[in-house]
Design a protein around this ligand. Sequence first.
Ligand SMILES: *[C@@H]1O[C@H](CO)[C@@H](O)[C@H](O)[C@H]1NC(C)=O
Ligand SMILES: *[C@@H]1O[C@H](CO)[C@@H](O)[C@H](O)[C@H]1NC(C)=O
Ligand SMILES: *[C@@H]1O[C@H](CO)[C@@H](O)[C@H](O)[C@H]1NC(C)=O
Length: 596
Amino acid sequence: MPTWSRSLSAIVIFAFLSLLPTAGAKRALENLGRGVVAVRSSEQEVFISWRLLALDDADIGFNVYRASDGGSSEKINEDILTGGTNFVDSTADLGVSNVYHIRSVVDGKEADESHPFTLSGNSAAEPLVRFPVQDTGPIRYLWVGDLDGDGEYDYVLDRTNDRQSIEAYHRNGTLLWTVTLGANSENQNNISPGSTAISVGHWDGVTVYDFDQDGKAEVALRIANGVTFGNGETFENADDNQQFMAILDGETGALRSKERIPDDFIADGPLAARLGVGYLDGQTPHLVAYMKNRREDKAFNLMYTAWTFDGEKIKLAWKWLRPEIGTLSDGHNTRIIDVDGDGKDEIHEIGFSLNGDGSLRYNLSAHGVIHGDRFHIAKMDPERDGLQGYGIQQDNPSLLMEYYYDADKGSLIWEHYGSEIGDVGRGMAGDIDPNYPGMEVWSFEGVYNAAENKLTSAEGAGPWPHLGLFWDGDNLMELFNNGKIEKWNPSTQGVDRLVTIGHYGGKPANGVNPAFHGDILGDWREEAIVVNENYTELLIFTTNVETDTRLYTLPHNPAYRNSMTLKGYVQSHHVDYFIGHGMETPLTPDITYVGV
Ligand SMILES: *[C@@H]1O[C@H](CO)[C@@H](O)[C@H](O)[C@H]1NC(C)=O
Ligand SMILES: *[C@@H]1O[C@H](CO)[C@@H](O)[C@H](O)[C@H]1NC(C)=O
Ligand SMILES: *[C@@H]1O[C@H](CO)[C@@H](O)[C@H](O)[C@H]1NC(C)=O
């Protein structure tokens, strides 16, 4: 069933279907804990938030407990909390350490107890969690995954030194392992990087996911000669260009399995890679690899591959080669999302989409779309069936600048043309104006309401089109823009500054982006992970603003969870239902939890 369907009959059919035996037909997502987080929000207050899980009982409530200065835990709320999954504690002694945990309440009885979160005595009033890391060099990207199976996210990050490496940390601060990428990571050219280089240009080459569905996340990495794993073993191969897709143990960094990457293009050198995850058959998480290299004539070879890991072996599920150079337009990011509501994910580039079996689904170039730097797929119009897409163009001879499309069919709904050829460069989608239905889309040519194709901003006004970040208490989207968290204000036609990352000693990890952004702690609002000046600390920005809105944790949304695994030119994640002003409570996603 399409999780975005809003019709009553769909809800009835959905309810009926969920009574039938399903024989493991649903995708299993992480069996997450409550993700409790607490930050000092003012002189005397602590803001605490936690996850609502997708399959929680609709009437679930919560109690919050605090243990001060090593004492015993006491419940600090009066009535059971049944609104937004957050609470403000204004009675704590903040000069001592306070340990918070929550318990869910179902049918008047307390049920699960969360992991605790400790707020140290005399913590600064700041909307973030500080996480010390080793002093081992620049960080560009960070990935999250539950490496040890305790239901909470741990951290995997890159170190982009002359020779690169990857480090994994347990969320409790313990360094778990380091993998070094060797001499073949020295070439960090962003077009033709070395065979083990990661995190350059729009390439990553790493992702983290529980591929074998045992409850613990693995690390997927494209390797070649000279990579040393977390257990000290070095992979050696006489041919530096020959690459393998590898699955590493998330807790130890040891190699679990590797398989040769098809060598169709090896005569033109190693392949740069962008990795992500999708449930391409509806049930099995597949590693999806977008890989390219450049030929002598400067044209690019493009290969998509999909892989599975069953706990023993990584296997190639399929390989797709771009039929002919120039015949399908790719871009700088990939989206993996189920656009036809059949439960199986499709793979999307700016100019074309592949079905989960690796066949071509549609070719947007048939409608005049070519390469551009940004595109989005989301539930932009709550009144329209399915999901919608929005993209921008680079130097399209037709003067097409931006367009809005049906993401299932690949047909255009509206187009905007310019007066001369140009590179639009940036484009964003999110509900930032409550005066119009659904999401707005914007580049540098004004903010448009997507559904109505109507200009909503004054001439020359509009927020910078960068990243969305749910942060404050309403349902509109806030924005992360180069070290600031901002909010579009339609009445002033300007942006209001909510948070300045630099005030806390933080900076974006790679120019303008966080190393990671996404909902990993607390309620449904999103975190942004940045670094301090010398890369010895992660600053995990997490909201300190109350909300009445109760939404299940975003990683339990299939579209959002896939998106968390993807980098490229970093872009906003989207769920597959409409979040915004006047939204309806989303349907329960058609998932189960791993291991349950
Ligand atoms: C942190 O996690 C690691 C890895 O699971 C574990 O070995 C260690 O005991 C934990 N440390 C604390 C202080 O909980
Ligand atoms: C996609 O459409 C473009 C424009 O019509 C065409 O040139 C190209 O050959 C098509 N690609 C494929 C693989 O059909
Ligand atoms: C890194 O910067 C922090 C301040 O952000 C400072 O306290 C620390 O001493 C520095 N560490 C190194 C190794 O330079």
